[in-house]
Ligand binder design. Structure first.
Ligand SMILES: [Zn+2]
Length: 69
């Protein structure tokens, strides 16, 4: 049987990485690789980094000088 349900210990929503953003893709790939390796702490790291990056770059449009990536 395949038990690939996401663990409920991650309350953080996973932002959608932007395909056109190199950093998003890198962090998403990092999280995916970590998950494949069953490395939870590294997967969490990747998520946190992606979230942080996402908020800083893609959601905070009020910050001048950083249009996208
Ligand atoms: Zn990005």
């Amino acid at each position: 049987m395949m038990a690939v349900q996401p663990p409920s210990s991650f309350p953080l929503p996973y932002p959608r990485p932007r395909p056109d953003c190199e950093q998003c893709m890198r962090l998403e790939g990092m999280g995916r690789a970590a998950r494949a390796a069953h490395d939870r702490s590294r997967e969490t790291d990747a998520r946190v980094l992606l979230r942080h990056h996402y908020r800083e770059v893609h959601e905070n449009r009020a910050t001048p000088g950083r249009p996208g990536c």
